[in-house]
Design a protein around this ligand. Sequence first.
Ligand SMILES: *Cc1c(COP(=O)(O)O)cnc(C)c1O
Length: 395
Amino acid sequence: MTQSPPKHGLQTRIVHPQDDLTPGFESFSVPVARASTVVFPDLATMRALDWRNDAQWRYGLHATPTQIVLAQRLAALEGGHHALLQPSGLSSISNVFFGFAKSGDDVLIPDNVYSPTRDHGDWLARDFGVTARYYDPMIGARIAELIQPNTRLIWLEAPGSVTMEVSDIPAITAVARARNIVTAIDNTWSAGIAFRPFEHGVDVSVQALTKYQSGGADVLMGATITAEPAMHHKLKLARMRMGIGVSSDDCSLILRSLPSLQVRFQQHDRTALALARWLKTRPEIAAVLHPALPDCPGHAIYERDFSGAGGLFSVVFDERYSAAQIDTFCESLELFAIGWSWGGSASLVMPYDIASMRSASDWPYRGTLVRFYMGLEEEADLRADLERCLVALAG
Ligand SMILES: *Cc1c(COP(=O)(O)O)cnc(C)c1O
């Protein structure tokens, strides 16, 4: 068989390959589409692009097919219609603040919020002319009393990912809707599985995909999920202007973990609930802050609005133990690592000084709060590890 000689030289043929299509190849995995340049068939196509249209490819920073598949699956999981990906959960949070709040606006943030969100709010207030005010997470419909004519955004996080207090989200979103105020929830704790934000009147849901969606403790990413095109477009424009994008390789790692998200979440939930109940029986513990247990503020709201809990909860130690003793307890645990960012397979532990983290509401406990993330280890092994260190603490 004779082939006509190639039209171009070798280097040109490497740059413009003709043989990279794989028609008929199907699998369960989503191909990793890496791109900065997106190629247009002609100038008319390029000129007709509309940034609002998610079905058009413009530039690798804005979206690739891999990224869009992940975004669509996340939106479907959460019960929304649109999703945007950011390179970390905190970057998603920032995308929401910059998408909706401008100089002169007022934002309301719960007092138990994820600490970097509080820092973000304080930064907006200090340097960007936004007022950031903090509210008691148990405020419910009384949030109406805090609203000013310039209140633009109400932030929500329920349960708070350290104190676990569960806000009355529908009560707050009803007040916000009546006044045309945007509401955004950090829904990371529930993984988008155990709480359905759009059924409770929320406009924007934020997920730190770094946590359960990754599941591997090895990827950083975040998402903003919305149900209304107008909300999506506000966020999309801010995201473009800030130059925010993610890597398709990272998306592919999260796509790989997504099918097991629910079973992992349920397994974490079983272990965590069993150990929370057991910790409640221990004399060293003053309170168990697990939303499914009655000690937790907002327990009744949790029972009404949530369908599961995952692996994250906190305990408050009896105040007879000093902060230094609790540090020793945490460091003595063999199966619980000291580190940020839960959602992986391994259990974690972290002590917090809550009083120093709040400004708008009282914290009723004097003892040290310790947050546990119950991983995928055997429950009996985790319990034995905890028991050994509790006995040593009491000893
Ligand atoms: C971890 C976390 C974030 C931020 O996610 P990163 O990807 O680490 O930036 C936001 N909110 C909550 C509740 C988190 O636990």
